[in-house]
Design a binder for this molecule. Sequence first.
Ligand code: NAP
Length: 478
Amino acid sequence: MVGAGFCGIGMAIQLKRHGYQDFVVLERAEGVGGVWRENTYPGCACDIESHLYSFSFAPNAHWTSLFPGQEEIWKYLRDCVDRFQIGSHIRFGHELIEARWEKNSNRWRIETPHGIFHARILITATGALNLPSVPDLPGLSRFQGKRFHSAEWDHTVDLIGKRVAVIGTGASAIQFVPEVQKRAAKTVLFQRTPAWVLPRNDHPLTNRQKKWFRRFPILQKIERLRLYLYHEAFGVAFRKSKYMEKAKSVALRHMKQAVKDPGLRAKLTPNYMMGCKRILISDDYYPALAQSNVEVVTERISEIRERSVVTSDGTEREVDVLIFGTGFRVSDFVFAKCVYGSRGHSLLDGWNGSATAYRGTMSAGFPNWFCLLGPNTGLGHNSILLMVEPQMKLILKALRYMRRKQVAFLDVKPEAEKRYVEFVDERSRQTVWLSGCKSWYLDKTGRNSTLWPMSVGQFRRKTVSFRPSDFQRVRSER
Ligand code: NAP
């Protein structure tokens, strides 16, 4: 397996719980946690409630708040590693260089800086948000101040009293901008596209609540179910835009409460359909933007100079620190260029600019390869872990089937994959994501290759049933 973030840890736990011992987890970093280890920017937290943003098989009665912060989530993951004793399976510093299917041995040959591994099964669990994207702005290399991306926060830079420029207004930026605003003398926020922002209504979980969850785990399960159903109901709005109108009025009211200046409100009001880009949640973003030490700039950046940012209207703003909240190269799945299947080409070549996979998990010509959080498994409305768990179940079913039937390898049939992808594309056309805005949900061909276009329940039902007829199966030689 490749990757020891949320997905890799969860899969390792499930393998172990189901009696598999002979596996290793290759992790390029020196610690577990993936994005929750990497993203340490101030204010970093999850925008899904803690009871739902945790494994169903590893509940945690100790969450301190409804929306846990980065440190708490990272600790949860480290605790899972200890609790289920999977640490001994993890090989740190083992970046995947290349994985190649070897027809002669029906094995994956996996190359890492510390040697070659041979495995019957390859599971990639590398996530989608690990390649920071920094725009190639004219003159950027000339900038003399400090600069960093939100996913590579430089904690040695003291922002107190500084003039800070922030580029980007996505899910990361709206979390760290309020923290920057509190410290900096001046924060200049360069906004290309405003986001729709809903209230987060975060609050601490009381000791009494935690005690009840500890004593009666069923209560936490009920709370999880309640949150799941609430988010599922909201998901309908992504397919039926009239429901989005209600959410839109909540978002506009939320903005009006905090931002009294109509000019600033006009700048912050999106002109695209709500949900087309990720809907953000925050209680402190708008109040921070309303402060006198914040300027929201909507003109395009035309140039970066040694100590300033120049916009298309010719205005030059002096800044000491430049922070990129400009997101990730999401459609560049990290593993795709280094996984080579039975026909000798890589996944990236086969995808031809648009990633596809049968149930977001398998691809024809890549025998015994499984991918967690692959193409079309992202969500705009619910906990991503609810998508990963059915994928894990599918993998476990496939492994059990292979063992029972003495199958050397499973390769999804191209027609089964094609059928699945056509279904996903057809459903995507009915969503708000293809309503005309530009978002990272769409790849360079304009196709939605990122999000699942239906409910979580529908993904679960489609994914957990293992259909042997969808696969070419080659039996092991006895
Ligand atoms: P993002 O949502 O992709 O936002 C990037 C921002 O940078 C956008 O506002 C974008 O503007 C702007 N931008 C990009 N290139 C630019 C350029 N050349 N000039 C000016 N602006 C530019 O990235 P993110 O905020 O890091 O979030 C990425 C994803 O991480 C999220 O969607 C979410 O899935 C995940 N995340 C989750 C949480 C959580 O709580 N669970 C927290 C943080 C992040 P445009 O909109 O115009 O492109």
